[in-house]
Design a protein around this ligand. Structure first.
Ligand code: C2O
Ligand code: CU
Ligand code: CU
Length: 521
């Protein structure tokens, strides 16, 4: 074992009980684990990350001004930073659980910004809270140890009232926690976003209360994406990096989707679905065996129609929320590069897809899921009403305050809590009560959904999304449909401090639907 992997094991061993550490690794490490909280003097990975203004040739004609991240490795594995082929998003930063990471951020934008590590469980001063905004020309160092399960997490800006614009302009990257053992699958990241380009090729952004919806669907920074794949089992790691658009992902051929993972890592058992809902900020791992003729020739992913997520027809876009459109096409060729990003291969794919099929057949209900069932009838420890007031979005009637924490937003360190999000909307005079779907996101924790209470009055609309709610995994963001109440369960076990919870429809967030919670020791 090299010195650096030895250090990593020691740090892993210090993580909270129940994390994955294999016996032999610990035995070899052979001494008491270091505290995970101490800032190691020598990080495993040190990166310079800049937010820059660039001009990109996105289509014929004038170049487009974009704001994007650029990263370089200062110390550690030089292959840890991978640039995706499009102009944005990017880059992809690959880490392993237990890595001590230090990111030296430099803001070269004309505005203050921060970098948030979405889904990661990090100390409050590394979380990118808007109160730590970085001035133009200034820098900030984010230092954290990777404590999360393998999976695709991501990073994006989080400045007060400007998160929507900053993200829309192109700032988003993947923080890839690599698998700890080979999976036999080829990993293919798909960052799905919607954008509108003006006739002069400028990116068009509107701070629309209903949410910014773009005219075109872009995958990995390109419209009309066609991805070259080999006839082998792949794992599509899909991130909804859109500001406000919800997707209902399905194979164009009508074949069922096999979901292998959600925001916080792999599912206990794969979940077969006719389609899967993907709210802004969420990730889904989908098995795609491109050697299986059942997927169809030239298989493609699309978004299917659904109803009820929005209360007004935005009209301003040719792709309204819930309309049907293609998302990505795949070109299967025997001689296609077998691996999209060579650095991401988890060992050689096994060609005939045996490993992948075995994975999908695995059916047992593990004990963690059984334990959760027991929590389903527990009354919520706190309830947050999602509403609307005077041109803004609210949580329990309040909008965001930079440092403000209400009495019902204080959580004890170590508490295991059930939170209810009740989507109540607002009275609209003669039009009755109206509401929109929200994508509720908590910083600091991954949670489980323990119950949903949809409103029976809207059962017909709800039926268009119900089977796609992948609630059997770890989530950091959950879709809450109009007049639905969703209960989640989380343990606030790792860090004390001030953290955010908010709607991840970024215009809702910027227009008030965000609050702090404080974890107190
Ligand atoms: Cu990805 Cu506070 O957000
Ligand atoms: Cu987050
Ligand atoms: Cu919302």
């Amino acid at each position: 074992m090299s010195l650096s992997s030895r250090r990593r094991f020691l740090r892993l061993a210090g993580l909270s009980a129940g994390t994955l550490v294999t016996g032999p690794a610990l035995a070899r490490a052979g001494r008491a684990p270091a505290s995970p909280l101490q800032d190691p003097s020598e990080p495993d990975l040190e990166i310079q990350l800049e937010a820059v203004v660039e001009r990109a040739q996105l289509r014929a004609g004038a170049p487009t001004e974009i704001w994007r991240y650029r990263a370089t490795v200062l110390a550690g594995d030089p292959a840890a930073v991978v640039d995706l082929p499009g102009p944005f998003p990017g880059p992809l930063i690959r880490v392993r659980r237990g890595d001590a990471v230090r990111v030296h951020f430099v803001n070269r934008l004309p505005e203050r910004t921060t970098v948030h590590w979405h889904g990661l469980n990090v100390p409050e001063d590394a979380d990118g809270h808007p109160r730590f905004a970085v001035d133009p020309g200034a820098g900030y160092t984010y230092a954290f140890t990777v404590r999360n399960a393998p999976g695709p997490y991501w990073f994006h800006p989080h400045p007060d009232m400007r998160t929507g614009l900053h993200t829309y302009m192109g700032q988003a990257g993947l923080l890839w926690v690599a698998d700890e053992a080979p999976t036999g699958l080829v990993d293919l990241p798909l960052v799905v976003q919607d954008r509108t380009l003006a006739a002069d090729n400028r990116l068009v952004y509107r701070l629309d209360m209903m949410g910014m919806l773009g005219d075109e669907i872009w995958v990995n920074g390109r419209p009309d994406a066609v991805l070259d794949v080999s006839p082998a089992p792949h794992r599509l790691r899909v991130l909804n990096g859109s500001n406000s658009r919800i997707y209902k992902l399905a194979w164009q051929s009508g074949a069922p989707l096999a979901v292998l993972g959600t925001d916080g890592g792999a599912l206990d058992a794969p979940s077969r679905r006719p389609y899967a809902m993907l709210a802004p900020g969420q990730r889904l791992d989908i098995l795609a065996d491109f050697g299986d003729p059942g997927l169809g020739r030239g298989p493609g992913l699309e978004s299917l129609p659904f109803r009820g997520a929005t209360m007004m027809d935005p009209g301003a876009t040719p792709l309204p929320m819930g309309s049907r459109f293609p998302v990505a096409a795949f070109r299967v060729a025997g001689d296609a590069p077998r691996i999209f990003l060579p650095a991401l291969a988890n060992g050689a794919p096994d060609g005939d897809g045996r490993a992948a099929r075995a994975l999908v057949r695995r059916r047992s209900l593990p004990s963690s899921a059984r334990r959760l069932r027991a929590a389903q009838d527990r009354a919520p420890d706190r309830t947050f009403n999602l509403g609307m007031l005077m041109g803004g979005w609210t949580i329990n009637g309040r909008t965001f305050e930079l440092e403000g924490v209400a009495a019902d937003e204080v959580v004890r360190l170590g508490a295991d809590e059930v939170w209810a999000f009740a989507n109540q909307g607002a009275g609209m005079g003669g039009m009755g009560r109206m509401a929109m779907a929200h994508a509720m996101h908590l910083h600091l924790v991954q949670f489980r959904v323990v119950g949903r209470d949809p409103d029976p009055r809207f059962a017909a609309d709800y039926a268009t999304v119900r089977e796609g709610l992948v609630d059997d995994g770890w989530l950091d963001t959950v879709l809450v449909m109009p007049f639905e109440q969703v209960r989640i369960r989380a343990t606030f076990g790792d860090f004390a401090g001030l953290y955010l919870y908010h709607c991840h429809m970024l215009e809702h967030e910027d227009m008030g639907m965000m609050r702090n919670f404080r974890v107190v020791p």
